[in-house]
Ligand binder design. Structure first.
Ligand code: TYD
Ligand code: MG
Length: 451
C-alpha cells in the first residue's frame, strides 16, 4: 500500500510549518493559527522542480555555537549548528541531564540565552542541580512541565539561542494519542522539536532514553529525524563517561570525549590513554601493551595474562576485556605455531582499567603477553604490539596503524612491533624519531626477539 505524504500545517501568523497539528503555534505562541497547507494526495504542485548540479550548489560552512565544553564541541565536530538537532542517548543515571545543564550554563554565561526544558524533574530539582554545578547565569532559562507545545513557544518569545529538551520520552505532543513515551508520542514530540529548531534557526539538543539492550527507546525513526546522534555511556563501577557520535551530518563520527563524574559535575579527561595504562618501571611477566581504537580514538591498552599450572584435566581459561573464544583461539595458535605449550596451565587474561577491546589488532599483544606469562619472563618495557594473528601464526596488518603509532610515540614508547605486511612507505626514520618500528611476519619472529 502506498503511503500518503503527511499533511503539513502552516501558521498563518508566523509561517511556522510542521506535520504535527498543534492548537497553539509553538513558534509564535498564537492560538488556532495553524492551517492545513497541503492536503494529503495533493502533490501536483511538487512536480517540475529541477535537479541541480552538485558543484553549483553554494555552500557556506555553518556558523557554530560553542557548547562551552571543549570535549563536547570536539565530538560534535566543532560545536552546535543553528537549526541542527542533536539527540543524546544514554541509560538512566549516566549523567545526561548533568552534562546538558552544564552545556546550557556555559552557553548562557557566554551571552546566548539557553532554554532548558525538563519534562522529568521539578524546577526545584533542576535548580538544586544547577547550584551544585555552579551554574548561575541569568541567561539560562528553565521550563519544567510536560506540555511540549507550551514549552517550545518559549524559544521564540524568550529569544533563546539554544534549547535542550530533557527528554523526548517525558513530554506530551499535541493531538497525538497515548502516554508520553509511546512510539507515536515520541515521534511527534521529536518532530515538533525539530520543526521549531529549524524554523527558529537555533540548535537543539534532545535527550533520549535507551532500553536495556542499548537502543533508543521509541521509534527507530528518531535517529533519522535528527542531524546528530550522540551516545553517553559508562560502566556502573567507574566514574568515567564516554561521549561518542554515532551519526553526524555536521562532522565525523570519530571523536571520543571522556568525562569524569565528580561531585560538582562532569569534568573532561584530557590524557585519555593515561586512564588505561599504569606507567610502571618494573617489568612484570605477562604484561604487553597495544594501542586499541575506541571509535577511532587510539588508546593504550595493557593486556595482562597469568598462567598457573593445574592438576585438573580441563584447564581453566577466563578473559575480561577480550572475547574468551578469541583468547582460546590465540592460545591454541601460540601452542601450535610458536611451539609454546599451554595445555597444563590455567590461563587468565585481563585488559587493565576495564577497557573492552573488540578489534583484532590486540591479538599480537595477547599472544606475546601469554608467551611471556608461560615462560615467566618479562617483555621489553616501553614496547607495544600491533597486529592481528591468523590461524597460521601469521601477523597481519591493523587498521589505522599510523594513528596508533602516533599515539604510542606521544606516550613516549620506545618500540612498536607491527606486521611486515603493513605498508611501509608511511614511516621512514623521519616519521618516528623517538620510536623504533620492528616488522614481523609471524608469531615466532615476534617472540624470537624476546626469548
Ligand atoms: P543525571 O544527570 O541525572 O543522569 P541522567 O539524566 O542521565 O539520568 O545524573 C546521574 C547521577 O550523577 C546521579 O545519580 C548523581 C550523579 N551526580 C554526580 O555524581 N555529581 C554531580 O555533580 C551531579 C549533578 C550528579
Ligand atoms: Mg535526566
Amino acid at each position: 500500500m502506498a503511503k500518503e505524504d503527511p499533511v503539513r500545517y502552516v501558521c498563518v501568523n508566523c509561517g511556522f510549518s510542521t506535520v504535527t497539528r498543534t492548537g497553539k503555534c509553538p513558534l509564535c505562541g498564537q492560538w488556532g493559527t495553524l492551517e492545513a497547507a497541503e492536503p494529503a494526495g495533493a502533490r501536483s504542485d511538487k512536480y517540475g522542480a529541477k535537479a541541480e548540479v552538485v558543484s553549483s550548489v553554494s555552500v557556506t560552512p555553518p556558523k557554530r555555537l560553542s557548547s562551552g565544553i571543549h570535549e563536547v564541541d570536539r565530538v560534535l565536530g566543532g560545536g552546535l549548528v543553528p537549526g541542527g538537532v542533536v539527540l543524546i542517548g544514554g541509560q538512566p543515571g549516566i549523567g545526561k541531564s548533568t552534562l546538558l545543564l552544564q552545556v546550557g550554563g556555559q552557553v548562557a554565561s557566554r551571552g546566548t540565552s539557553a532554554l532548558y526544558i525538563s519534562g522529568e524533574e521539578s524546577a526545584a530539582q533542576v535548580a538544586l542541580r544547577a547550584a551544585r554545578l555552579g551554574v548561575s547565569s541569568e541567561k539560562l532559562l528553565l521550563y519544567c512541565g510536560g506540555d511540549l507545545e507550551d514549552a517550545l513557544s518559549n524559544v521564540r518569545s524568550q529569544n533563546a539561542g539554544l534549547f535542550i529538551l530533557d527528554s523526548v520520552q517525558a513530554v506530551r505532543a499535541p493531538n497525538e494519542t497515548g502516554w508520553p513515551g509511546t512510539p507515536n508520542q515520541v515521534r511527534a514530540a521529536a518532530q515538533l522539536a525539530v520543526d521549531v529548531a529549524r524554523a527558529a534557526n537555533v540548535p537543539a539538543v534532545l535527550v533520549g532514553h535507551i532500553t536495556k539492550d542499548g537502543r533508543l527507546a521509541g521509534p527507530m525513526l528518531l535517529e533519522h529525524m535528527v542531524d546528530t546522534v550522540l551516545t553517553f555511556s559508562g560502566e556502573g563501577y567507574s566514574s568515567h563517561r564516554m561521549l561518542r557520535a554515532m551519526k553526524n551530518r555536521y562532522g565525523n563520527t570519530d571523536e571520543l570525549g571522556i568525562f569524569e563524574m565528580r561531585e560538582n559535575g562532569l569534568a573532561a579527561v584530557e590524557d585519555k590513554s593515561g586512564l588505561y595504562w599504569n606507567r610502571s618501571d618494573t617489568a612484570v611477566p605477562g604484561v604487553a601493551m597495544t594501542i586499541a581504537l575506541e571509535g577511532s580514538t587510539p588508546l593504550v591498552a595493557e593486556i595482562q595474562t597469568l598462567a598457573s599450572p593445574t592438576a585438573f584435566p580441563y584447564p581453566k581459561r577466563t578473559s575480561r576485556g577480550m572475547d574468551l573464544n578469541r583468547f582460546q583461539l590465540l592460545a591454541a595458535v601460540l601452542e601450535k605455531r610458536a611451539g609454546i605449550p599451554c595445555g597444563g596451565c590455567d590461563l587468565y587474561l585481563n585488559v587493565a582499567g576495564g577497557l573492552s577491546i573488540q578489534d583484532p589488532s590486540a591479538d599480537l599483544a595477547a599472544c606475546v603477553s601469554l608467551a611471556s606469562a608461560l615462560k615467566d619472563k618479562p617483555l621489553r618495557s616501553e614496547c607495544c604490539y600491533l597486529g592481528e594473528v591468523g590461524l597460521a601464526g601469521e601477523v597481519r596488518p591493523v587498521t589505522r596503524v599510523m594513528a596508533r603509532l602516533k599515539e604510542a610515540e606521544r606516550l613516549g614508547l620506545k618500540r612498536a612491533v607491527v606486521s611486515g605486511k603493513e605498508r611501509g612507505e608511511f614511516w621512514g626514520p623521519k616519521e618516528f624519531t623517538g620510536m623504533k618500528i620492528q616488522r614481523v611476519d609471524n608469531l615466532s619472529e615476534a617472540l624470537s626477539d624476546v626469548f
